[in-house]
Design a protein around this ligand. Structure first.
Ligand SMILES: NC(=O)c1ccc[n+]([C@@H]2O[C@H](COP(=O)([O-])OP(=O)(O)OC[C@H]3O[C@@H](n4cnc5c(N)ncnc54)[C@H](OP(=O)(O)O)[C@@H]3O)[C@@H](O)[C@H]2O)c1
Length: 260
């Protein structure tokens, strides 16, 4: 499984490294980082940062973590430098196993779709791999820092991207909107920000500690005819949140297909 070569160590590659560091699941000394902007961030970490091309042959696992627009160029750059039996794990949205395997000289491929909370070992990682060995490898690497969900059909990776990979941004957008609404009701921006952020973080933590469904948790804090009910009547009206979320997820699925 190691050494692990990270092609790209930006927001997501960096989050994975943080999660491994925190849990000790992968030693930093087992990492080879290839990223033109990685220099200072990983200095003194024990990882090999932008080593000579010859070092890439030692990698048993290769994690592709560059932007979708760049992945093909990166594959062309490094494919000839890798060991024949290196396994490729890609998190690039929308790009199929077939295209990846072709671009990486027929090597075995797994696809993952992570969330940034891997940085604090509370991530979510969707996994698709046609071959059991690659799937097993993905689990070994990501089970320690995430809830991992196997997809049985590669096509479902688009939906997993829309419902999970992209979804932390939906929550942040909700907090932003709640803050804005608080300010329109007269709260100072500081008070609105603190109230919205702390309330959502607390509610998410409670949900994380309980097996109760979100719908039941919602019912538990909604008194009939109370203030929460008044707000939910708006959120759940005909053009409300379920319809909006369905449109938003469909737009993300469409974009994921386009990126492929
Ligand atoms: N961020 C998320 O929440 C998220 C969630 C799920 C999946 N993903 C997937 O993760 C991938 C990376 O996203 P990101 O948000 O981490 O992007 P990012 O922050 O831009 O990180 C990509 C890193 O790759 C570097 N890079 C550029 N050219 C390279 C090359 N030729 N070889 C090696 N590294 C190179 C970039 O350097 P420069 O900055 O100098 O260009 C950057 O540091 C994407 O494919 C995305 O679909 C992201």
């Amino acid at each position: 499984m190691t050494p692990i070569l990270l092609l790209g160590a930006g927001r997501m590659g960096g989050a994975i490294i943080d999660g491994w560091r925190q849990t000790g699941a992968v030693a930093t000394s087992d990492l080879i980082i290839r990223d033109p902007s990685a220099g200072e961030a990983f200095a003194g970490s024990g990882a090999q940062v932008n080593p000579a091309d010859s070092a890439l042959k030692t990698a048993k696992t290769v994690i592709l973590a560059v932007k979708p627009q760049l992945w093909r160029g990166v594959a062309e750059e490094v494919s000839g430098l890798l060991a024949k039996d290196a396994v490729i794990i890609s998190m690039v949205a929308g790009v199929s196993s077939q295209d990846l395997s072709q671009a990486f000289g027929g090597r075995t491929v797994a696809r993952i779709m992570p969330t940034t909370a891997v940085a604090v070992a509370k991530g979510t990682v969707s996994v698709f791999a046609a071959e059991a060995e690659a799937r097993g490898l993905a689990h070994k690497l990501f089970d320690p820092i995430a809830t991992t969900v196997d997809l049985t059909d590669e096509n479902l990776m688009h939906a997993a991207t829309a419902v999970s990979g992209s979804a932390p941004a939906y929550l942040y957008a909700l907090v932003e909107a709640l803050e804005g609404a608080g300010v329109s009701q007269g709260l100072t921006p500081e008070a609105a920000s603190e109230l919205a952020r702390s309330t959502i973080v607390g509610a998410a933590a409670l949900m994380g500690q309980s097996d109760t469904s979100p719908a039941e948790l919602r019912r538990q804090v909604t008194s009939p005819n109370g203030t929460t009910q008044a707000a939910l009547d708006v959120l759940f009206d005909e053009n409300g949140l379920p319809r909006l979320m369905s449109h938003a997820v469909a737009a993300a699925v469409k974009r994921s297909r386009e990126l492929g």
